[in-house]
Design a protein around this ligand. Structure first.
Ligand SMILES: Cc1cc2nc3c(=O)[nH]c(=O)nc-3n(C[C@H](O)[C@H](O)[C@H](O)COP(=O)(O)OP(=O)(O)OC[C@H]3O[C@@H](n4cnc5c(N)ncnc54)[C@H](O)[C@@H]3O)c2cc1C
Ligand SMILES: NC(=O)c1ccc[n+]([C@@H]2O[C@H](COP(=O)([O-])OP(=O)(O)OC[C@H]3O[C@@H](n4cnc5c(N)ncnc54)[C@H](O)[C@@H]3O)[C@@H](O)[C@H]2O)c1
Length: 536
């Protein structure tokens, strides 16, 4: 069952685990839990604690009347609050499992619209949804820890976490007087019966010097704010310099490295801002902004069929984005980068591209917690990219650890679509597991061939249905290849596809609140300029 094993802290019960937020969310009180039926039934409640951040209570536990008795339920710990984790939370039956989420980010981020955020086409707050909003919709209790998981300890079914908030104030209440609260940066271990790892991936620099120091990634909300701040500051500075000044030219140069969908969509959005907003009040500056898109391959958006990527390239070039193909960046300095272009005759040309703003979008790599797990599971030892999983999404070599999304590899691309479908599938599997008599015990007692138990019990294998791909190019044009599995339903590019793109993303948004906010932002664009504030 859920418990926190905190170094050098006295034991406290799980019932006082919740943060100050309990008071606001509680409808009844809940009790501590023990599990006799889970795969790791030896696990008992041990030391517990939660934390609050310095900026307000973030960790929480919801409480529902239905949840007064839940002693025999296995505990599922979910790592992450992204596509995989939140989609799983939405579908898992919390009457059958105690669910805990651990993530340093207390909100879900709708990544498909992240490229629209730096220039204010959509507001950052319009594409995030607090974890608590999903948790409150569940019938059972959900506990959230605002913490970073630093190690998965499969030998003792625990996850080591580093607290990002603290619960010092809980000590003041009479009920929780025995709490040795975790402070920010304290370390503790959380026990699980089942672990769902959905920590995603992190930006890959390929070890290229200078990228970490000078580049801006676009993977999280703070990245969006950093890009806007940098670009806005550069516009300010450039405006103070006379036309023709090389420094003005550099400041107005934006280099986007990586011609995958992140790089293309970001370049398109930046150019939209320049053409539609900046031009209205600083036309000469807008004319001088030059966006470069640098891609190592001979084509941008190589995951689309050739005619769509060629169309994309034409649209980008028409809007004056300069595309450098077969060009790989090898070094980044404070004000310029070095790139090598492969020529048709086999030779290589090296060029220096000055930049004011550098956006690095060359794909992702495994997070340290995942690479650390590779070393602990012999079957995963040769991996570098992600955890290999079987058809039931079990991490190969484990019985009670499952992986979904970008941190898992099953031969599918690292997309939200895949993460979402895996999460839905896994929640259904968990339903079935809880309905089959003695399934948890049988899995716990199994010594090898863990996947066979799923096969013997006729669990369906995960079957991915590809619904296609879409990408925004800027100037109200998008490309789309909409499919149902192998059947192609629509292939196109242009204005109509742009509206299909918008409708598809509205459908993908995980909550009514997000839909409302995004629609409002898009409507606002018809009447007002983008919110492009340096400090916000
Ligand atoms: C700009 C951009 C646009 C995209 N657009 C699309 C699109 O249009 N369509 C599409 O299908 N895909 C798109 N993707 C890809 C998609 O976002 C990912 O494939 C998807 O987010 C993967 O889901 P995930 O749950 O594996 O990871 P994520 O959604 O990245 O979530 C990972 C979670 O784990 C948390 N975490 C990280 N480290 C730890 C830790 N140590 N302990 C605990 N928690 C941790 C993070 O805070 C986060 O909450 C886009 C990606 C980007 C960057
Ligand atoms: N609209 C969408 O569907 C959408 C949007 C964004 C991301 N995604 C998904 O998210 C994942 C990541 O996408 P992404 O665009 O961030 O990465 P990506 O891996 O798809 O593309 C990265 C690109 O960077 C290039 N590159 C790598 N190193 C380079 C270097 N040194 N110099 C120049 N170019 C270099 C690669 O050749 C590649 O084309 C993918 O699975 C993608 O499908 C989807």
């Amino acid at each position: 069952m859920l418990s926190l094993v905190s170094k050098n802290k006295p034991a406290i019960s799980a019932s006082v685990l919740a943060s100050a937020r309990i008071i606001r969310l509680a409808s009844t009180s809940a009790t501590a839990t023990t599990s006799a039926t889970s795969p790791t039934s030896s696990s008992k409640p041990e030391t517990s604690a939660v934390k609050r951040s310095g900026t307000g209570p973030m960790s929480f536990k919801t409480r529902k009347a239905i949840e007064t008795e839940y002693n025999d339920k296995p505990t599922v710990v979910i790592l992450g609050s992204g596509w995989g984790a939140i989609s799983f939370l939405k579908h898992i039956d919390t009457k059958r499992y105690n669910v805990s989420i651990i993530s340093p980010r207390n909100y879900f981020l709708f990544t498909p619209l992240l490229p629209s955020a730096p220039v204010g086409t959509v507001d950052e707050k319009s594409i995030i949804e607090p974890v608590v909003n999903f948790a409150l919709k569940k019938k059972g209790n959900v506990t959230y820890y605002e913490a970073t998981a630093t190690s998965i300890n499969t030998d003792r079914n625990t996850v080591t976490i580093d607290s990002l908030s603290n619960v010092a104030s809980l000590n003041g209440s009479s009920k929780s007087s025995n709490i040795a609260a975790l402070q920010q940066n304290d370390s503790a271990e959380v026990k699980y019966d089942y672990l769902i790892t959905a920590v995603g991936a992190e930006p890959n620099t390929f070890g290229i010097p200078g990228v970490e120091k000078y580049g801006n990634f676009l993977k999280e909300i703070p990245h969006s704010l950093q890009i806007r701040k940098k670009f806005a500051a550069n516009l300010d500075q450039a405006n103070m310099l006379p036309p023709g000044d090389p420094e003005r030219k550099r400041l107005l140069s934006i280099v986007v490295v990586g011609g995958g969908p992140t790089g293309v969509e970001t370049a398109g959005e930046l150019q939209d801002y320049v053409n539609e907003d900046l031009r209205k009040f600083l036309p000469s500056l807008a004319d001088e902004v030059q966006i470069h898109l640098v891609e190592a391959l001979p084509i941008v958006l190589n995951m689309f069929e050739k005619k769509l990527s060629s169309y994309a390239q034409t649209v980008l070039e028409k809007t004056s984005i300069k595309i450098h193909l077969k060009t790989a960046v090898s070094k980044v300095e404070a004000n310029h980068l070095v790139a090598k272009t492969k020529n048709d005759d086999g030779t290589t040309t090296e060029e220096t591209i000055p930049y004011g703003t550098l956006i690095w979008a060359t794909g992702n790599k495994a997070r340290p917690i995942v690479t650390d797990l590779f070393k602990k599971i012999p079957e995963q030892a040769k991996n570098t990219r992600a955890l290999t999983i079987n058809n039931y999404l079990q991490v190969i070599g484990t019985k009670n650890v499952f992986a979904i999304g970008d941190n898992a590899f099953i031969g599918l691309p690292p997309t939200a679509q895949v993460a979402h479908q895996q999460a839905e599938y896994l929640a259904k599997s968990f339903d079935k597991m809880s309905q089959l008599p003695q399934f948890h015990e049988k899995l716990a007692n199994r010594k090898n061939k863990y996947d066979l138990l799923f096969e013997e019990n006729k669990f369906k294998k995960f079957n991915y249905i590809h619904f296609g791909a879409l990408a925004y190019l800027g100037s109200e044009k998008a490309i789309a290849n909409i499919t149902y599995g192998k059947r192609s339903l629509y292939t196109g590019g242009g204005l109509i596809t742009f509206y299909i793109w918008r409708l598809s993303y509205l459908a993908m948004l995980l909550s009514a609140r997000l839909r409302f906010k995004v629609i409002t932002d898009w409507m606002k664009l018809a009447f007002f300029k983008r919110d492009f504030f340096k400090g916000l």
